[in-house]
Design a protein around this ligand. Structure first.
Ligand code: SF4
Ligand code: SF4
Length: 141
């Protein structure tokens, strides 16, 4: 019998690092995000030249939808905000890649630290799965 891995929700507990730490807040129109319903900016992907879309940010690099009490569009937040798990983000990437992403401004040390501090809230199956993904895709780790 195949066991179903438990998806444990991220215990953010008031943390809003994802929304204000300057990591890329990508929109995914191909996976259901209605781009025109969000304030956004478009860029050319430096690698491919193809268009990519990101949520707009304010002068402090925080998402324009972040309010004093958290997300002001919580019920309709885009896919990335609904699915991102900082714990898995931390576990699946080798240190070298985490450092590179931070250096490139594509991720944030604060988000990685938030993930690391919450690792024990993942189920054992989820942690094992993340580690096996790292081994499979990052052979040098
Ligand atoms: S960094 Fe982690 S804990 Fe903080 S808001 Fe993002 S998902 Fe939640
Ligand atoms: S849409 Fe909401 S959850 Fe997503 S980054 Fe902005 S404030 Fe955070």
């Amino acid at each position: 019998m195949t066991s179903v891995k438990r998806e444990t929700p991220v215990p953010c507990n008031g943390c809003t690092e994802c929304c204000r730490s300057g990591q890329g807040l990508f929109l995914h129109p191909d996976r259901g995000d209605d781009i025109d319903s969000y304030r956004h900016r478009m860029m050319a992907d430096p690698a491919t030249g193809q268009a990519i879309w990101l949520l707009a940010v304010d002068e402090n690099n925080a998402c324009v939808y972040l309010g004093d009490s958290g997300c002001t569009i919580y019920a309709r937040r885009p896919l990335l905000c609904r699915s991102f798990d900082c714990r898995k983000h931390y576990l699946m990437l080798p240190k070298q890649d985490r450092d590179n992403l931070v250096a490139l401004g594509l991720s944030s040390r604060a988000v990685f630290n938030a993930g690391r501090s919450r690792l024990k809230t993942l189920s054992r199956e989820e942690r094992d799965e993340c580690r096996s993904i790292q081994k499979e895709f990052f052979f040098y780790s």
